[in-house]
Design a protein around this ligand. Structure first.
Ligand SMILES: Cc1ncc(COP(=O)(O)O)c(C=O)c1O
Length: 329
């Protein structure tokens, strides 16, 4: 199993600080996620129903009905590589590590690419997979370029897989409206912007034939009934979504400023996290952890990713601890 953000229990044991005392900034999950109401008792008791309101409401939210609900984008990340014979798959590095893991596990050749190298490599690939924006670097590509890459791949039976887990705060940059065009596969998640990582709901936006193959491989009831119900309510709540977007952008800008003011080199980010290239990543992660703040470290390149504090107490604590650490640099 790969390392992810969120392992605060391990950190608690390692640093001997009770779980409840940590400020966990190790993920890119919205700390003020959609407020989940009690789930009606009948929803727990019935089998999940494919013809409930979920796909209609999701079609409204994403702007396309070319979609399939899945048990988090992770379910699709694991299933997609099994739908192709061994082939050559290009993806960014660093990026979300479950992708290279799943494609390699299924016997494919994974080629690590820098953003600038994609244009020349794309015609040598069968699949190009991009987290867009990228996690952790925040890198983005203009939609016209993505459309061009998709067309070149599709002409040879290839795929452009775009993982839009962190796209909800900038929906105008999503490729969702193009879902259904040949070779385009988009992954969406309710885990980040909506802050519903535990509910395990995501979507695959793709052409009907591919969705059918995916659905057959995943089997029935892949998304549980309470998950379907909660996702339906969250996707329908436009008022909450419209409040959350500017709040997240403001919080992320505040985080970038705070880090910059303490001498950290902010190198990229999204509305839900900031990423800093930092040769002393190991020491800085450790120094924050000794003070009960858990952040995500990457070794290649040495860098740190910080998510958003959820309240003013968290912000003050982060600022205080960063100042303390930087004074000792
Ligand atoms: C880029 C990216 N894609 C997908 C996922 C998995 O999301 P889900 O909770 O929908 O499985 C993550 C989780 O960290 C992620 O960072």
């Amino acid at each position: 199993l790969l390392e992810h953000g969120g392992g605060v229990r391990l950190a608690a044991a390692r640093y001997r600080i009770p779980v409840g005392d940590w400020l966990d900034l190790s993920t890119g999950i919205n700390p003020n996620g959609w407020p989940v109401p009690p789930v009606p008792a009948s929803i727990w008791r019935r089998l999940p129903e494919d013809d409930d309101d979920l796909t209609r409401v999701a079609a409204d939210y994403y702007g396309t009905d070319q979609l399939l609900p899945v048990a988090g984008s992770q379910a699709a990340i694991q299933a997609l590589p099994l739908l192709r014979p061994p082939c050559r798959v290009g993806m960014l590095a660093p990026s979300y590590n479950e992708h290279p893991h799943a494609w390699r596990w299924a016997g494919h050749e994974v080629v690590a690419l820098a953003v600038d190298a994609i244009e020349t490599a794309v015609d040598t690939l069968d699949v190009l997979l991009l987290c867009h924006p990228n996690n952790p670097t925040g890198a983005r590509v203009v939609p016209a370029t993505l459309a061009d890459w998709r067309a070149r791949l599709a002409a040879r039976g290839g795929w452009l897989v775009v993982d839009e887990a962190f796209m909800d705060a900038t929906p105008e940059q999503s490729l969702a409206a193009q879902a259904g065009t040949p070779g385009l596969v988009i992954l969406r998640s309710l885990g980040k912007f909506f802050g519903l990582a535990g509910v395990r709901v995501g979507f695959v936006l793709a052409e009907a034939a591919l969705r059918r193959r995916l659905q057959e491989s995943l089997g029935p009831w892949t998304v549980n009934g309470p998950g379907r119900w909660v996702a339906t309510q969250a996707l329908a709540d436009r008022a909450w979504q419209e409040r959350a977007r500017p709040q997240l952008h403001a919080a992320s800008a505040r985080l970038a400023q705070l880090l910059t003011a303490q001498g950290w080199s902010v190198s990229g980010g999204t509305a839900l996290f900031q990423w800093c290239l930092e040769p002393e990543a190991i020491r800085l992660q450790d120094a924050l952890a000794r003070r009960g703040i858990w952040i995500r470290r990457f070794d290649e390149p040495a860098s740190l990713r910080l998510g958003l504090p959820g309240d003013e107490t968290g912000w003050q604590r982060l600022e205080r601890v960063l100042a303390e650490i930087c004074a000792r640099r």
